[in-house]
Structures are given as C-alpha cells and as structure tokens.
Design a protein around this ligand. Structure first.
Ligand SMILES: Cc1cc2nc3c(=O)[nH]c(=O)nc-3n(C[C@H](O)[C@H](O)[C@H](O)COP(=O)(O)OP(=O)(O)OC[C@H]3O[C@@H](n4cnc5c(N)ncnc54)[C@H](O)[C@@H]3O)c2cc1C
Length: 387
C-alpha cells in the first residue's frame, strides 16, 4: 500500500491548481455577490480538459478515472466551490449518458458536454420529495407511436437554466397508475423541448454562482429514443449518477476545507493581537492543528473511496463515509476559519464567510448526512430501515 500520486496525477493536480488559483479564485467573491453563473469561466474549465477527464477516449474524453476527476474538482473547489459543483454535476449527468445511453445519444449529446462548451443536469428531487426517491410524482404517460408525455415538477435542480444548458436527465414514473410498485425511467430532455420550462433561479445561502431552479413539465412530449438505459430502470441510473456525484461532492468539500485552512494560516501569520501575530497564540495553533487533521481525514476518506470506484470495488460504506465525512468536515473547518478571522469572518468580503455558506448544502444534497449515516450503519451489518 502506498499513498503517492503518480507523476501524471501530480501534474494534473498542479496544472488545475495553477489555473484555478490564477483564473478562478480572483473572481469567486464577485460572482458570489452577483449570483451569476459564469459561462466563460465554465468554458475555460472545459478548455483546460477538466470535463473530459472521466469520459472514454472514443467519445473525446481523456479516459481517466473517477479518482483523477476528484483531484481536479478538489483544486477547482479550493478556488470556488460553486464552479466546482456546476462542473461535477455536468460531469456526473454526462457520465450517466456515456455509461448507459445509446450510441446515438452519446454521439448527439455528449461532445459539447465533454468539451465543456455546454452544461447538463440530472433532476430527481421534487417539491414533495427529495431523500425519499420513491415519493417522486412526475409521470410519463405512453401516447402510442413510441411517444411519451411528461408532466410534473422538479425542485432545486443544478445547471438546468444557464445560457449554455443543453439537456436535463429527468426521472419520471413510467409504470401504470394502478401498478403495485412505481417504476421510473430517465428521460434525456433537451432544453428546448416543448412543454419543458424552468423557473427563475432561487435566492440561495451559498452556491450563488451555480444555477439552481425549479423545472416544470406540462405535457412535454418525448420519443422513446429519449429514454436513457432500460425502460423502468431509471431509479437505478439515478442512484448510479448520484454515486458519482457523491464522491465528487466530497471532493468539493475537501477543496473548500483546504481553502479554509489556507486562509486561516495566512490570516494567523498576518494579524497581530497582544503585540504578536495570531500564529503565536497557542489556542489559534490548536484550532489550526485541528483543521489540518480534519482536512487530511477528508482527503484520505475521499481518495480511498474514489480509488475503490476505479478498481470496481463496490463499497457503499466507504462511499458514504467519504461523502458524509468530507462534507461535515468542510463545514467544521470553514467554521473554524471564520472563528480565526474574528469579526472580519462575519463579513461578506471575508472568503471564510463564503466557504461556510457554500458548504452548508453539501451535508444535505446528494444524500443527506442522515441518509449516509443509515447507509454506513447498514454497511456495518445493522438492520437499517429507511421508513
Ligand atoms: C443548491 C441545491 C442544488 C441541488 N441540486 C440538485 C440536482 O441537481 N438534482 C437533484 O435531483 N436534486 C438537487 N438538489 C436537491 C437535494 O439533493 C435535496 O434537497 C436533498 O436530497 C434532500 O431532499 P429534501 O430537500 O427533499 O429534504 P427531505 O428529504 O425532505 O429531508 C428533510 C430532512 O429529513 C431528513 N431525513 C429524510 N429522510 C430521513 C430518514 N429516513 N431518516 C432520518 N432523516 C431523514 C433529511 O436528512 C433532512 O435533514 C439540490 C438542492 C439544493 C439546495
């Protein structure tokens, strides 16, 4: 067992770090204030090859793994978690098409996603149900001639309403109304599909430059060629998509936790109190040492779970520990960075204050900490029931 990144992985991480610190970090505060999705910056991320990392080479990707993508997302999030989350949601949604879609779907829809010139999304959550995926109510009704009509609403969806949004994978019930169990399918819904509209962006606590909207489907008619994967197999695909998103969300919190530590160290060296720099105060040293342990814990959990995915090891416990561990740590470490920043930490122009706001959703989205806790308990062999 060894913990070294390969030479290629080190180079990838350093290249993305240089880019993100040079081009992304200086704009993060302003974008947060304006609450604007940065089209050009997202496309620059694409030009840097980030989006292409986990996609197969025959589709124009780099043919690398989930772990390599973790390294890039960590560095993007260290500069701006909002941009990192927009990137990873498009990556996870696109990868669902790459893994389970038809050749036609891949050729028609993926090139602009992989190059990062367009963005895509995946919509499970509804106003009436989030964690409880069985409670989703959006329905697709078969019309004949292979056509389906989708009606329903989706809530809190990332990336669906930007000027470069291309499609959303929408989960809808495809079983009969009187069927004993609901069965779902995943529909690739082009942004310009008739009957598919998006609400205005939410006003949010964090992730302000990432696009989040409610989606409306009113007799949105799609052909059967829009179904990704098997008919009735959509819930499984949504969970697969969420799994990739979970490890990359862990990477988003890891990068943000590292940024919080970087900020705290910088401020402790610069700020004077009682005639000496904060860094010489033992209680400040203790907080920073605790932050460093937490960041390293998040890194080890995230890297191990990502590595396991690439090895084909199906370890739900490790994935949930990474997701919950890293995202909870992100909030704890950002909070300590605010504490060390003193009164300035409470001000909008202090990066630590943005880190704390941004990370707050990470323990809720993509399977909340409560859901992860139950999955971890189940992986320990306990008899866990979600209801
Ligand atoms: C900014 C943002 C972006 C998002 N992007 C997307 C996206 O792109 N696509 C998408 O599909 N969704 C997205 N979501 C939705 C997100 O995944 C959900 O908010 C999340 O899954 C929680 O669902 P919910 O909000 O309905 O909360 P609920 O499921 O109603 O949960 C409420 C509370 O109850 C707890 N809880 C639920 N069930 C249990 C249980 N069995 N036992 C114990 N506690 C439980 C939860 O942990 C939580 O604390 C986004 C949300 C936000 C805020």
């Amino acid at each position: 067992m060894h913990f070294e990144l390969t030479a290629d992985q080190k180079e990838l991480k350093e290249t993305i770090r240089d880019f993100a610190q040079r081009e992304v970090a200086p704009k993060a505060q302003e974008l947060d204030r304006e609450g604007r999705f940065p089209v050009e910056l997202f496309q620059r991320v694409g030009e840097m090859g980030v989006m292409a990392i986990p996609f197969p080479q025959e589709l124009g990707g780099m043919g690398l793994g989930v772990f390599d993508a973790v390294l890039a997302i960590e560095e993007l999030a260290r500069a701006d978690q909002s941009l990192a989350v927009s990137t990873m949601v498009s990556m996870a949604s696109g990868l669902t098409v790459a893994r389970f879609g038809t050749q036609d779907q891949k050729e028609r829809w993926l090139p602009e996603i992989i190059s990062g010139q367009k963005i895509c999304s995946i919509a499970g959550t509804e106003p009436g149900a989030g964690s409880d995926t069985g409670g989703f109510a959006t329905r697709a009704t078969q019309l004949g001639n292979g056509q389906w009509s989708l009606t329903g609403e989706k809530a809190f969806i990332t990336n669906a309403g930007t000027p470069i949004s291309l499609f959303t994978l929408i989960l809808a019930i495809t079983s009969d109304k009187d069927a004993e169990r609901k069965k779902f399918s995943l529909f690739l819904t082009p942004n310009d599909a008739k009957g598919y509209t998006r609400g205005k962006g939410y006003d949010k606590m964090g992730w302000r430059s990432s696009d989040t909207r409610q989606l409306y489907l009113d007799d949105c008619q799609l052909g059967e060629e829009s179904i990704v994967g098997e008919l009735h197999g959509g819930r499984h695909l949504l969970h697969k998509g969420y799994q990739a998103a979970r490890i990359w969300l862990a990477a988003c919190s890891l990068g943000l936790a590292q940024a919080s530590l970087d900020h705290a160290i910088g401020y402790a060296k610069e700020r004077q109190a009682f005639g000496r720099p904060l860094e010489r105060l033992q209680l400040i040293q203790q907080m920073i040492a605790q932050m460093a342990i937490k960041v390293e814990t998040a890194r080890l959990l995230t890297y191990r779970a990502a590595w396991q995915i690439d090895q084909g090891i199906d370890d739900m416990g490790a994935l949930s520990m990474a997701k919950m561990g890293a995202t909870e740590i992100g909030t704890e470490v950002a909070d300590l960075a605010v504490q060390i920043s003193g009164g300035w930490g409470f001000m909008d122009d202090c990066p630590a204050s943005r880190y704390l706001r941004d990370n707050r959703i990470c323990t809720i989205g993509d399977g909340s900490s409560q859901i992860q806790t139950m999955l971890i308990a189940r992986s320990c062999g306990l008899d866990v029931n979600f209801t």
